[in-house]
Design a protein around this ligand. Sequence first.
Ligand SMILES: *[C@@H]1O[C@H](CO)[C@@H](O)[C@H](O)[C@H]1NC(C)=O
Ligand SMILES: *[C@@H]1O[C@H](CO)[C@@H](O)[C@H](O)[C@H]1NC(C)=O
Ligand SMILES: *[C@@H]1O[C@H](CO)[C@@H](O)[C@H](O)[C@H]1NC(C)=O
Length: 380
Amino acid sequence: MFTIFLIFVAPLFRLGTYFSFRDLSCFLRSSVAGNSQNPLIDPIKDALFLHNFIQTNNTLQDCVFRPVNVKDMCPDPDVRYILYSNNSKQVYDHTQSDWLRQSFWDPLKENILLVHGYAGGDDTLPMNVLRDAYVRNGSYNIWIVDWGALGEAPCYRAAVNNMRAVARCTGEFLTILRVAGLPTERLTCVGHSLGSHVCGLISKYILFRMHRIIALDPARPLITNQIKLNVGDANAVHVLHTNAGHYGEGGRGGHVDFCINGGRIQPYCENGDIDAQLCSHIWAICYMAESLVPQLRKKAEPCSRRCPSGPRPGNRVGLPVLMGQSTPLTASGSYCVHDKEPPYCPKNPDDMGDVRCCLKAPSNRKIARVAGRRVKKLFG
Ligand SMILES: *[C@@H]1O[C@H](CO)[C@@H](O)[C@H](O)[C@H]1NC(C)=O
Ligand SMILES: *[C@@H]1O[C@H](CO)[C@@H](O)[C@H](O)[C@H]1NC(C)=O
Ligand SMILES: *[C@@H]1O[C@H](CO)[C@@H](O)[C@H](O)[C@H]1NC(C)=O
């Protein structure tokens, strides 16, 4: 178990040495200030290298472990629910029995529960890219499950342990909303990495059926079968694979499995100056965001080969399906997408998308030089 943990964390620390921390913190600040088109900004990378890993004074002694199966643990002050709509947000207050009706929740819109992964939180990368894509689309009530305090770096093992407590409290939260009038029969839980398994675990703590789960590269390290997302966890389980076998689950996991560029490594992540595995794992978010824009969303073809692994499909039959938000609930099987460019990255200022999904080698010469040297040292 410990070896796996090291494999998971070690590359992240190694990456931190590619860049000067001071340069990176400037990027981070400027990127938070606004979605400018500055080509220097690579905030998702920054979030991983700096914000989530380097800029923490926590040690393993600070890790918080919630007991796994204790009732009466909810509401948990470290698990918050935040409703987002255009230009505003409201934090759920469990002491207010009439909260839903008083909020700006729109009963006519579909409900999306977004669950971040390790070292995430409310308004953190990469999940806020997807949140903003849903907000821009305008057809959804967006609920963020913020369990950041229970999944902080460097506490990956604690985060895995705490998923059950988070799922239990979220199950109770959904039950309250259901009683208050939220139609859970149309609710979709969208989870990234560990968040995918949280979506699955919620099914153990609710008396109704989860409608749909969209799992964005569900996490692999330390995930046992007891806590792993299962095809029985919702009426429809759709999985996007971008880093299968490394940070992401290696095998098929849903009614529909989307295998993006073979499911294991994304070609645009392999440009040398970043961790291609981590990048591939993160960019699942950008594929999902892209699916919320009708002009951009991608169709996937039934796979001709086993993908990402598991039983070989009998023969390549069936029609292509849309990947992401619009995947038909009746679809099943493995679907393949091929794509050379980073998804949801606008090429021109007027294009739809989010610059935070762009991946460019740093154009700052000093950083590029330093990064180049490091890469040579490590790989050549
Ligand atoms: C870490 O601790 C130092 C010294 O106490 C402090 O200046 C810094 O802001 C802390 N960093 C974070 C991310 O809390
Ligand atoms: C969000 O609000 C802004 C201004 O408040 C408006 O211009 C925009 O059209 C709104 N977008 C949606 C999706 O409602
Ligand atoms: C929002 O996303 C859904 C799913 O892809 C799509 O059907 C709908 O047209 C989108 N709405 C807008 C305004 O882009």
